[in-house]
Design a protein around this ligand. Sequence first.
Ligand code: NAD
Length: 381
Amino acid sequence: MKIGTPKEIYEGEARVAMTPDSARQLQKLGYECAIESGAGVAAGFSDAAYEQAGVEIVKTAAALWKTADIIAKVRQPVETELKRLTKDKTLISFFNPGGNEEGLELAKSKGANVIAMEMVPRISRAQKMDALSSMANIAGYRAVIEAGNNFGRFFTGQVTAAGKVPPAKVLVVGAGVAGLAAIGTSTSLGAITYAFDVRPEVAEQVESMGAQFVYLDFEEEQQDGSATGGYASVSSPEFREAQLAKFRELAPEVDIVITTALIPNREAPELWTEDMVAAMKPGSVIVDLAAEKGGNCKLTVPDEKIVTDNGVTIVGYTDFPSRMAAQASTLYATNIRHMMTDLTPEKDGQINHNMDDDVIRGATVAFEGAITFPPPPPKVA
Ligand code: NAD
């Protein structure tokens, strides 16, 4: 069978789902590989590099979708792409199945099989295919770099002949995968780093990375925010008030705020209010990684960078992984390659789409003419 990767058509998307290295690994599983000409250029992979790795270069997207049995891509496919599916094809991509009924219906009507990368169950065995985590890790790192780029001062404190420089103070809100990556980057750059999460169990992780966990003046402490599966639930009004009161106290002190707080299947909670922005020092920076889900900061404009009247920069970009396209493509292509390894137990270049496998079942959102989303809960933890 042949695995093909088209050029991403989402405006500004620089990532690619196959790299020369991942193609070499896919060939070891018995597959032929093909790529649309120029698909890797924005991520730093030339057609020549793919050719050297034994990948067929296909001139157009239409020809690529026609020749490939398995199509691997990054962004949720658009209608013109989905219309190119047929019943003998498998698509592996981010798909946003919860908000993409039309896409699911189209895949169903074509009889194609679709694996949605965001649906890979978050269990230990599937970590190597967990593209949400590999991309969140990059976003967290890049958020700090972006903050530094917009912050006119050092992160680390210095004593120099020309004067004493205080260390920057960074607050990270939400300590999931992206938040922890941001905390690690911030502490390694030497900033005094604070972090908050509604899940009390992350306090130890935060502290082990050299940051200070922010505790609330709240009777039940942080015992409020954990739902099942390690995700957060909506906070009670009392808890939320205690959280906002603590943030109001911190706002005039911190130089950089990185917000990453999300609750599954909901708009992002609004945690950094207008009065908090107004209380921040001029030159401070907010990077809102929740911008795509509405933002944690009231004033965030998705996909834009704004500067408020009091001189606070608010970055609402939603394409952080694409801003590190070479690294993001390498990790994403590796996630896909691991998915293909599980789909090819015989290493014979043939997909064995085993719907009895929890991971494959969990990620499959359309199969043989039926919509298979949402999946049943996984049997193993
Ligand atoms: P996420 O992107 O859904 O949310 C980011 C963080 O925001 C979470 O830590 C959440 O608790 C926090 N949050 C929500 N509301 C908040 C509020 N009001 N204030 C402050 N913080 C708030 O999270 P994620 O990065 O996808 O991780 C979710 C869970 O999944 C974590 O427990 C993580 O350890 C776990 N996980 C497991 C695996 C695995 O086992 N394979 C892989 C990745 C993540």
